[in-house]
Design a protein around this ligand. Sequence first.
Ligand SMILES: C[S@@+](CC[C@H](N)C(=O)[O-])C[C@H]1O[C@@H](n2cnc3c(N)ncnc32)[C@H](O)[C@@H]1O
Length: 213
Amino acid sequence: MSKHGNATSTTDGTVGRHPQYDVFADGYLEHATNSVYNAHYDRPACLRLLGDVANKTVLDAGCGPGLYSEELVRRGARVVGFDQSERMVELSRQLAPQGDFRVHDLADPLDWLDDKQFDLVLLALVLEHVDDRRATLAELRRVLKETGALVVSFQHPPQRGFPTVELFRHNTHRRQMESWLGRPVLEDFSRADIRRDLRRRVLDRADSRAASN
Ligand SMILES: C[S@@+](CC[C@H](N)C(=O)[O-])C[C@H]1O[C@@H](n2cnc3c(N)ncnc32)[C@H](O)[C@@H]1O
């Protein structure tokens, strides 16, 4: 297992119920706070897709150490979050004390949440760790308002036969995702979009450094 979160599999190829992130939750927080991938790629892209969250109810599913929740609260959202890892939930409570967090495994139904409770649901870098993705997406769909949106990101596609990051680009996978969700995938981004965005950010940073020298 890598320090920053490549989940190991059980011998039958499933992830299982062991909260694998528990042992490096603090290390993950340290890494993801400023890492290029998390801080300059995944979070900006997902936050852009979530849009204006002020006064909205947002579910941060697989919230990790609370980096998303912290920002969502800062932007005026009412945040409920959960994670399979107890330590991750502790860290979320510290980082976003206004949020409402609990330990929950996505392998179980979200029976503590009502139907159509949330304006927005975020599932960032979690889907690749889940064995029954169909059941997970169906539950997230259940708690989402009809007018709501689910934002999903994932990073480790080659593991365990997960379709590549082109998942949404490839029509078959996109259709499969849509059938699981019961609604259309409205917007997506690919590696090429992200690379472009990242290059722009790096150049902007270099420009502002040069300007301040
Ligand atoms: C790569 S981290 C992403 C954390 C957070 N969403 C972020 O982007 O900063 C993956 C998180 O998913 C959680 N996770 C993995 N499997 C889970 C499951 N079955 N149910 C709930 N959380 C799970 C892990 O504990 C970990 O905190």
